[in-house]
Write a protein that binds this ligand. Structure first.
Ligand code: GDP
Ligand code: MG
Length: 165
């Protein structure tokens, strides 16, 4: 079976955009396999001679934090249980939020798979460095400035990620 990379984060940070970027334009695979949750889609990705699947999580949008946090936690836990690595996605234009801190704290408590931090919406490389630096406080190691829309920064993140698969 291919290694699975779980994409985790609160709504609207750009998870789905990043998944599509990492997977190119390939069709999603919907696995009908016991133990694989049906409401998630797995997209094949390829980088530096490594094949893996990226799985988006937390597809539902809620109106406020108190509603979506338990759902995200459940989705994140399910995804992590079958993943070889995870990418936590945050919004570099917005900066760290209370929900980001809470999600990062759950992830740190897992001690299960390596977690990489993608600071999305960083279209400008110079500003991206400053935007990314705000996220050291999440305690997930180096924040990678990326743009799911433009694609910048994703190569560096993927180099590091696949070295852990
Ligand atoms: P998700 O809810 O985390 O899956 O987020 P989406 O991928 O649906 O994106 C949420 C919003 O952020 C959409 O309006 C996207 O167009 C926007 N967005 C996603 N990625 C980027 C990015 O790299 N840069 C900018 N500026 N906006 C982005
Ligand atoms: Mg989405």
């Amino acid at each position: 079976p291919l290694p699975i990379v779980a994409i985790i984060g609160r709504p609207n940070v750009g998870k789905s955009t990043l998944v599509n970027r990492l997977a190119g334009v390939q069709e999603a695979i919907v696995y009908d396999t016991p133990g694989v949750t049906r409401d998630r889609t797995y997209k094949p990705a390829f980088w530096a001679d490594r094949d893996f699947l990226v799985v988006d999580t937390g597809g539902l949008i809620f109106d406020d934090d108190t509603e979506f946090l338990p759902y995200i936690r459940e989705q994140a836990m399910l995804a992590l249980s079958e993943a070889s690595a995870a990418i936590m996605v945050v919004d570099g234009q917005e900066g760290p939020t209370a929900s980001d801190l809470e999600i990062a704290q759950w992830l740190r408590q897992q001690h299960s798979v390596p977690v990489f931090l993608a600071v999305n919406k960083c279209e400008s490389p110079d500003q991206g460095l400053i935007q990314a630096a705000q996220f050291w406080e999440l305690g997930l190691g180096e924040p990678y400035a990326v743009s799911g829309i433009h694609g910048n920064g994703t190569g560096e993140l993927l180099d590091e990620l696949v070295s852990h698969l």
